[in-house]
Design a protein around this ligand. Structure first.
Ligand code: PEP
Ligand code: MN
Length: 279
């Protein structure tokens, strides 16, 4: 096996033969090095003013990349599904305005050309981790991919899903732990930080953590962000909305800009203690 995300020995081939851990660099943001980039933004791109306000405030607080979904995988077909191409255009426009790279989710292969054009990183959502034909297509592109862990995926299944992308030739893969389904009902998901520490040992790929979907509970996002850093996370993906109570999706787990800024101030000394930095 070559290009494997699983085996340390073979992963040396991916890293260029020197056994180094892989780094994924997107514009001025590097995942897998000393920096622990924080990606922030709303769950969904709702409208331009809302995205601009969020981007402005998260950037001021230290976020280095803007998130926002244009194609939303919602449990109910009657929930807000995202603004599609209009949302993508809005995200690209605000990213340019704020000089921030952007990330958005690709749900369907038919949207690949549009998403390629408007984003710096393509996110594969938890529900698509098993979509092997989509993963194969992403193996053929020249753009970084964040691969979220499936809702009930084992670590091995997750790494082998990454393998589909790597095997196609795209080495710009970042893994994202976003919680798995467990017996617990107080939280939306159970954030599996075992997986973060373990995957850092098993794979050369950078691993980021999404404590927003990992908990589903706003008050748990800060403590689990800090725990993620301590577990070795190479980045964070955090939902922020200026008015979470009115958000069209995932308001209950979204931080306010103020809450986000407080969190960034808590993360700074912790990152320093770990020999890393969040900005
Ligand atoms: C999201 O990031 O908004 C999202 C839908 O995430 P997940 O695929 O992890 O549920
Ligand atoms: Mn969301």
């Amino acid at each position: 096996m070559i290009n494997t995300a699983l085996q340390k020995t073979a992963s040396m081939l991916v890293a260029g033969g020197d056994g180094q851990l892989s780094r994924v660099t997107v514009r001025n943001v590097c995942f897998g090095g000393e920096q622990v980039p924080v990606i922030a933004g709303p769950c969904a791109i709702e409208n331009e003013e809302c995205l601009r306000e969020t981007a402005f405030k998260v950037r001021a607080a230290g976020a280095v990349m803007l998130r926002g979904g244009a194609y939303k995988p919602r449990t109910s077909p009657y929930s807000f599904q995202g603004h599609g191409i209009k949302g993508l255009e809005c995200l690209a426009r605000i990213g340019e305005e704020m000089n921030m790279p952007v990330i958005t989710e690709l749900m369907d292969a038919e949207d690949l050309p549009a998403v390629m054009e408007h984003t710096d990183i393509i996110q594969v959502g938890a529900r698509n981790m098993y979509n092997y034909s989509l993963l194969r297509k992403l193996g053929k592109i020249n753009k970084a991919v964040v691969l979220k862990r499936g809702i009930s995926a084992t670590i091995e299944e997750w790494l082998l899903a990454a393998e589909y992308i790597l095997a196609g030739g795209n080495r710009e893969v970042i893994l994202c732990e976003r919680g798995i389904r467990s017996a617990e009902t107080w939280t939306r998901n159970t954030l599996d930080l075992n997986a973060v520490a373990l995957v850092k040992q098993l794979s050369h790929l950078p691993v980021i953590v999404d404590p927003s979907h990992g908990t589903g509970v706003r008050s748990l996002v800060a403590p689990m962000s800090m725990a993620a850093l301590a577990a070795g996370a190479d980045g964070l993906l955090i939902e922020v909305h200026p008015h979470p109570e009115n958000a069209l999706s995932d308001g209950e787990q979204s931080l306010t800009p103020k809450g986000f800024s407080q969190l960034m101030r808590q993360l700074e000394p912790l990152a320093a203690l770990l020999g890393r930095r969040v900005r």
